[in-house]
Design a protein around this ligand. Structure first.
Ligand code: CA
Length: 173
């Protein structure tokens, strides 16, 4: 029992430490670099979501990228993806050309990294379905990471991933 508690405490401590390290790293990257890019003109870093920033390879070149939220002067939250590589590229979801017609990502209070190789799928087409009912041809497997967006209370959620030069969405109801 005591060992279990010690392990739980240790895990909690390590998680908290990892988060704060990530938090500090994103703040400093924003202040020293990203906030100065023309793409982020008029935006501030948004820090009120349940996650702060995510590091992973979302574009498939084995170089870790950065994902975080930004907020504009009208209080709308956009999802920024920094594709780090030989040449750094900036993508912002939530602008007028958003591929999913979303102009405010604030509803997605939680964003998690989906590790490479994990199945991406939609649980709703004409009706709800389980993963075991999804045909193999509709399952997506990537050899790089993806994102899982969801709201804590409502049922809005989905996978966002990059493939063939654009972003894709898979709905989870
Ligand atoms: Ca990359």
């Amino acid at each position: 029992m005591r060992i279990t508690i010690t392990i739980l405490f240790l895990q909690f401590f390590l998680n908290a430490k990892a988060q704060s390290k990530e938090y500090i790293s994103f703040i400093s990257d924003w202040e020293s670099t990203y906030s100065k890019l023309p793409e982020f003109n008029g935006f501030d870093l948004y820090v009120d979501a349940n996650f702060f920033g995510i590091i992973g390879d979302f574009f498939g070149d084995n170089i870790n990228d950065h994902v975080f939220y930004i907020i504009d002067s009208t209080n709308k939250v956009k999802l920024a993806l920094i594709d780090k590589g030989i040449k750094q590229k900036v993508y912002i979801l939530g602008l007028h050309d958003d591929p999913f017609d979303i102009d405010d990502y604030k509803w997605a209070e939680i964003i998690k990294k989906v590790n490479r190789g994990e199945v991406l799928w939609s649980n709703f087409t004409d009706d709800f379905r389980k993963l075991s009912e999804v045909p193999e041809s509709e399952k997506i497997y990537l050899n790089y990471d993806a994102l899982y967006l969801h709201a804590a209370e409502s049922c809005g959620r989905g996978f966002v991933y990059w493939k063939s030069g654009k972003f894709h969405w898979l709905q989870q109801e």
